[in-house]
Design a protein around this ligand. Sequence first.
Ligand code: TYM
Length: 349
Amino acid sequence: MAANADNKPRVFSGIQPTGRKTLGNYSGGFRQYAQTQETHDAFFCIVDLHSITVEYDPAELRDSTLDVAAMLFATGLDSERSTVFCQSHVTAHAEAAWLLSAVASYGQLGRMTQFKEKSDRHEFVSAGLFTYPVLMAGDILLYQTDLVPIGDDQRQHLELARDIAERFNYRYGETFRLPDGKFPEVGGRVMDLQDPTSKMSTTLSSEQGAVYLTDTPDTIRKKFKSAVTDSGREVRYDPKEKPGVSNLLEIMNVATGEPIDALEQSFDGAGYGQFKEAVGEAVVTLLAPIQERFEALRGDERELQRLLAVGAEKARRASEPTLEAMYERMGFVNAGPGRLFGAARPRGL
Ligand code: TYM
């Protein structure tokens, strides 16, 4: 169905370059990116334009953008197969967001859970925080994306992107492909170790509640040792009754690939102490080679910037036909004799 060079369906996802990335980001993000690049024509975007919608430090943005780039490659993306790039390097993203804001409804944006949560927590609520999901819709739709690997917390934003695409197609003619989400079967919502009823989050979790991908082995062991468990002694998967233990079982599955029921059996009668220690050790083992690759890649900023420049060029070429089609269908006069609308058709149209 997809009409690109390799005839593979297209995958697109984005990740923010804010804060230190967590085990939750690994589960819903990084590991799914590496898996999908095997079967798809893959685009992964460091969404720096999204990161300015809440208070941030400009001096840190640059460093954390390169951190995320290095982490994307360290967790398995191959620069030959996947297009990895910065959102701000491809101006189509900001343009698409503006055009799509004409078909996004104010009411629907106000109902976004993430907006409500974040706006409750900040004194200054930027207009960008409100229109954030429109920028995200543009990211996805510009690439005629088939599949979007994400964690559960992005489900509502993806639904909105589909609604926006449908409304645009209805008003202006068939322009966008409708993307599907890809969510992990286990680990779609990794929870905070100290408060297993809340999501493990880069910005909202406490230092002890979140496991960062760059934490040292000892820190990781300590965090799991002090993880909140539930009453009783049984290692049993039951997210309602036993949110703490269930979260740890999911994390163990993410780290080792062992099915949950096999894990329940092998920790039958073991007690929480031994179980938590084992989960910590599994995460240390998972992250050790990733951290080693991360250090090596992060040490060579010039190479990272070169890879991002190559990615941006590919992303510009891939997104331009769709942006042109959007302008044309919305009735804009084209920019001059050198610029023909529709000179290249969006893929699949
Ligand atoms: P971001 O940067 O917050 O997170 C990146 C990815 O990590 C997933 N994730 C989790 N998965 C499981 N458990 C958790 N506790 C957890 N925390 C985070 C997120 O679901 C995400 O997949 N709005 C997006 C970025 C974005 C995007 C896009 C994504 C912008 N444009 C286009 C997909 C397509 C975000 O803030 O992700």
